[in-house]
Design a protein around this ligand. Sequence first.
Ligand SMILES: *[C@@H]1O[C@H](CO)[C@@H](O)[C@H](O)[C@H]1NC(C)=O
Ligand SMILES: *[C@@H]1O[C@H](CO)[C@@H](O)[C@H](O)[C@H]1NC(C)=O
Ligand SMILES: *[C@@H]1O[C@H](CO)[C@@H](O)[C@H](O)[C@H]1NC(C)=O
Ligand SMILES: *[C@@H]1O[C@H](CO)[C@@H](O)[C@H](O)[C@H]1NC(C)=O
Ligand SMILES: *[C@@H]1O[C@H](CO)[C@@H](O)[C@H](O)[C@H]1NC(C)=O
Ligand SMILES: *[C@@H]1O[C@H](CO)[C@@H](O)[C@H](O)[C@H]1NC(C)=O
Length: 346
Amino acid sequence: MEIISSILVILILQLYTVSSSITSVYLQTRVFQEIQTCENDYYHHPISEHQVVSQIDCSRLCTSVEECRQFMFDKQTKLCSLFEAGENCFSAGDIQHKVCYRQKSVCNATKCSRCPVCYYGEQCENIIVDCQDGHDRSVAPINSGRRSFIQPSANGPVIEVLCDFKWRKTMIMRRITLCKEVNFNRTWNEYVMGFGTIHGEYWLGLENVFNILQNFPTTNKLNILLKVGYKPISQSHYRDFDISNDSDNYTVSISGFDNGTTGDSLTNGIYSINGRPFSTYDRDHTSHNCPGRFSGGWWYLDNPICSRANIFGRRSGDTLESTCHWKDNLGLETNFTKINMVLRRW
Ligand SMILES: *[C@@H]1O[C@H](CO)[C@@H](O)[C@H](O)[C@H]1NC(C)=O
Ligand SMILES: *[C@@H]1O[C@H](CO)[C@@H](O)[C@H](O)[C@H]1NC(C)=O
Ligand SMILES: *[C@@H]1O[C@H](CO)[C@@H](O)[C@H](O)[C@H]1NC(C)=O
Ligand SMILES: *[C@@H]1O[C@H](CO)[C@@H](O)[C@H](O)[C@H]1NC(C)=O
Ligand SMILES: *[C@@H]1O[C@H](CO)[C@@H](O)[C@H](O)[C@H]1NC(C)=O
Ligand SMILES: *[C@@H]1O[C@H](CO)[C@@H](O)[C@H](O)[C@H]1NC(C)=O
């Protein structure tokens, strides 16, 4: 459950910097063994590295560097690495002796001068509800960085997500063939909570998607973006997208296919998933073992076809149907190397 990072917080390290009127709060998070060959891995690289005496010195160093938002300390070698943003630290080597802390805030008595990305307010007390909110409130880093914290429901968890702030998109799902494959053959509960990591492949979770959609109930659209080799991004675009709640099995409501370049796979005639509940292998709402055959969860049809598209399938499956694919209403198939599901309001 890497994406639901607040759960991973183990202890709070609170300290006063030299000026003694400034309080920096750091939260401990996970250290990741670096996943090789993922794209966009620029964020793994530290701003700088220093030899220090203790963990506290490392945190002081981070407080003193304006761009620093997290640090990693190696207890054995006493190496202190400063990072710009994000929830977790990465290491190519052994992570056993390493600890990672992310900055929660740097504040004086009245005002915070640093908050985590997309937290805002005098005391960093507010968090954006989705990526578009970050854009609209002008609290998002438009030109750098795509990782952000969001809190879709006021009392729900703070989650980490990939954003496209410029185009106001919240990425709810991501597959990349170059990354280490994440297993999408998961239980109902895992599909509800989310799984994977934003550093590779992930699904944000039905409950989180539901909460994002609840904030602006009438204006959500879904883009399914497929990257085919080195060609420009292709997409299929649905103007109206919504899902219902848990007790309604997250039934999907989808329409308004908008002439995308990869065709309509989801709302055409007998292939339309509109009105279908979500299914997983342990909560199958089809009578055709669709989650088992397609090796994932989805709003499968209740007929032997199961679905025209299988974007939650395996990247290399045992059978054709269990393998990731996107077929349009005419049966034309798009072979993709990347696929994203993104939400946007209009
Ligand atoms: C707190 O910091 C803000 C700027 O971040 C500054 O304007 C203000 O004077 C500081 N207040 C105190 C009490 O130091
Ligand atoms: C879930 O959604 C259904 C259908 O919209 C509604 O009748 C029901 O009250 C909702 N349940 C909860 C717990 O919100
Ligand atoms: C949701 O699914 C469960 C079984 O998984 C079923 O008992 C229940 O009736 C479904 N709810 C609705 C509203 O269809
Ligand atoms: C899709 O767009 C193209 C070019 O704009 C247009 O020629 C075509 O008729 C459109 N197709 C549909 C189904 O709207
Ligand atoms: C999915 O996972 C379940 C439970 O581990 C397993 O029984 C099933 O064979 C898996 N399906 C596929 C297609 O891998
Ligand atoms: C997609 O990939 C499969 C298997 O590699 C291949 O047989 C098929 O021709 C490809 N389809 C297209 C449209 O490129």
